[in-house]
Ligand binder design. Structure first.
Ligand code: ZN
Length: 435
């Protein structure tokens, strides 16, 4: 599809527009500049020294570059939309350019990026009277355009034109009524932001089993705009989660990690839950029935009811000390973390590590199953400190790494301002919404 573009001036690269307005500003300055200051510079003329009716040469050497651009206004721009089955050779041929022209153009550095073209993309091409390509523009993404221009010697050179991305801070708040995921969607968060939020607080809160009706969260996050148009959501800058009346806050540091307002890392030695919350079928069921006895029973571990095949993650870095099968546990894995801690994963359908393997936190070590003495698919998870069973969701986990002392004062100041922003936005939100 070939569309001629009439409004050529509008299509001039921004640099040219700037220099054109620069010329106007310069000429205006020449007119209004006080004579004393003008005479201070050798290249300008004192107004008193002008004689009426005499011609004076005006030095425009500063503007050579812009003068040379003037013929560009007469270029013929076409816009070509890529269709399926197109390739550069075919496109060039259909626009009446020679194969030799295409060959010369593709010698430009970065011209190989043109191989990325796919249906729906557009190429903008400027040609002169001799049907030579003077400039070719191809949008690489929302913000960047590949620009290939012919220089005076006939060679082509490439450059990138980038648009300014404006970042605005947005606020979202929700009170959980059915489950965390729905609350996130209702608050207007994207899927990846909901995931990020759960990841962010996933060391403190077990999103699979600990979320309750009435829990709340507030999030300050970036939204990106180009020329006033929304182009996507960005990072979470600050967030607060109130889980069963306990408040957790996380602030983003410029190093990309998240810390409490006091500068302690959100990231801990152990994950609260070894399965992803989105796979666990438990909407607020504080009384977990034992899958075999069907009663709330004293229990050495925690059961996560999830479909067979759901990935099971190592809760922390460690070494696999057992990966085996027996009639009671089914397929099971034990992981030792340092000297004091051990985690156990039972009833798996599949084991993906062997005894002696080193594992990293979050690494998938097996899959949820229904092997051993069970009635349905679930993960039985145990957490032991010095050989004693502890509740992994309430036990005090090893202290997380804090920010270095020299970074603390600046971070605490930043964190305080972000928390204040979060709270003031929260007050405004709650004043206008009853939830
Ligand atoms: Zn169990």
């Amino acid at each position: 599809m070939v569309k001629p573009i009439k409004n050529v001036v509008k299509r001039l690269p921004r640099r040219h527009k700037i220099t054109i307005s620069g010329i106007s500003a310069f000429l205006l300055l020449l007119i209004i500049w006080p004579s004393e200051q003008a005479s201070a510079s050798r290249n300008t003329y004192s107004l008193e020294s002008f004689e009426l009716g005499k011609r004076y040469p005006l030095e425009l050497n500063l503007l050579d570059e812009d003068v040379a651009l003037v013929p560009e206004r007469t270029l013929d721009w076409v816009e070509y939309e890529i269709r399926s089955g197109d390739n550069l050779a075919r496109i060039f041929q259909s626009l009446g350019f020679s194969a030799q022209q295409l060959h010369r153009l593709t010698q430009a550095e970065d011209a190989n990026l043109l191989r990325r073209i796919h249906p729906g993309d557009t190429l903008q091409i400027a040609r002169n009277d001799a049907n030579e390509i003077i400039e070719l523009r191809y949008d690489l993404n929302e913000t960047e355009t590949l620009v290939i221009t012919q220089s005076e010697d006939g060679f082509y050179a490439s450059s990138r034109d980038s648009k300014d991305v404006e970042t605005r801070l947005e606020f979202a708040h929700a009170t959980i009524t059915s489950n965390f995921w729905n609350a996130g969607v209702q608050a207007g968060l994207t899927q990846s932001q909901i995931m990020n939020l759960a990841e962010l607080f996933g060391w403190d809160i077990d999103f699979a089993l600990d979320i309750r009706r009435g829990d709340q969260f507030s999030v300050l996050f970036e939204q990106k705009y180009i020329d006033g148009h929304y182009v996507g959501s960005g990072r979470i800058i600050a967030a607060e989660f109130i889980n069963q009346r306990e408040t957790f806050q996380a602030i983003r540091h410029e190093n990309g990690r998240y810390y409490t307002p006091e500068g302690e890392s959100m990231q801990k030695t152990f994950l609260r839950a070894p399965v992803h919350f989105s796979r666990v079928s438990s909407d607020f069921n504080p009384r977990r029935l034992h899958p075999v006895t069907g009663r709330v029973a004293p229990h050495n571990g925690i059961d996560y009811v999830a479909p067979t095949g759901t990935p099971v993650m190592a809760a922390g870095d460690g070494r696999v000390v057992a990966s085996a099968y027996n009639n009671l546990n089914g397929h099971y894995i034990f992981v030792q973390h340092g000297e004091r801690y051990m985690t156990k994963y039972l009833h798996l359908s599949r084991r993906q590590v062997s005894q002696g393997d080193r594992v990293r936190q979050g690494q998938v070590i097996g899959r949820v199953g229904a092997t051993g003495r069970v009635t349905g698919a679930h993960l039985h998870y145990e957490f032991l400190v010095d050989g004693v069973h502890r509740n992994p969701r309430t036990v005090n986990l090893p202290q997380a790494e804090s920010l270095p002392a020299n970074e603390l004062p600046a971070f605490k100041q930043l964190a305080a301002s972000k928390v204040a922003m979060l709270e003031s936005r929260q007050r405004v939100y709650l004043a206008f919404n009853n939830d």
